[in-house]
Design a protein. Structure first.
Length: 171
């Protein structure tokens, strides 16, 4: 009984499911036009005066040095100047960002925070970061130090906390 009414419900009629009937077929699709035969209007110029507008649109080859300001709209802070007195140093990346990364594995279950490009006393930096992070988590903080490659891994998502600590200490 239900199968007999089903075609009458859906074929060529307006109903609750489809308030406006529209026949759809491949014949309704527009034809593909060959774009190779179309003429594009352009002009060739050798003017040096026009080249300055093109240079503005091109991407820079090197990441520009940020202009010094008191405060940036993105709350980004430049690296401090006098860091020679510290026993360790973390240089910024080529994009002037902190080298702190979050690696997610095992389908989102394992989260590892990695601090890279560490120079100097890596063990002291790990102790300072651990002392800062420990009150934020109830579990004991697990970490792995690779002195040869110059990175520290913290097991957990501590990217924002570590970035906050590094910017507070002018890294």
């Amino acid at each position: 009984m239900f199968l007999k009414r089903l075609p009458a419900l859906f074929l060529n009629k307006c109903n609750i499911l489809c308030p406006k009937y529209q026949h759809i077929s491949y014949l309704n699709s527009p034809f593909v036009v060959d774009i190779e035969n179309k003429k594009v209007n352009y002009e060739v110029t050798n003017s040096i005066e026009d080249w300055k507008y093109i240079e503005r649109a091109l991407a820079p080859i090197v990441v520009p040095i940020p202009t010094p300001k008191d405060k940036y709209p993105s709350e980004w802070k430049p690296q401090g100047q006098n860091l020679n007195s510290k026993p360790y140093f973390i240089p910024r990346t080529k994009n002037h960002m902190l080298p702190v990364y979050l690696h997610i594995s095992q389908r989102g279950i394992r989260r590892i925070t990695k601090v890279r490009n560490i120079q100097g006393d890596i063990w002291l930096l790990e102790r300072h970061l651990r002392d800062f992070i420990q009150p934020l988590d109830i579990r004991p903080i697990r970490s792995q130090i690779n002195e040869f490659s110059g990175y520290i891994r913290f097991y957990g998502d501590f990217v924002n906390a570590i970035k906050h600590w590094l910017t507070k200490h002018k890294f």
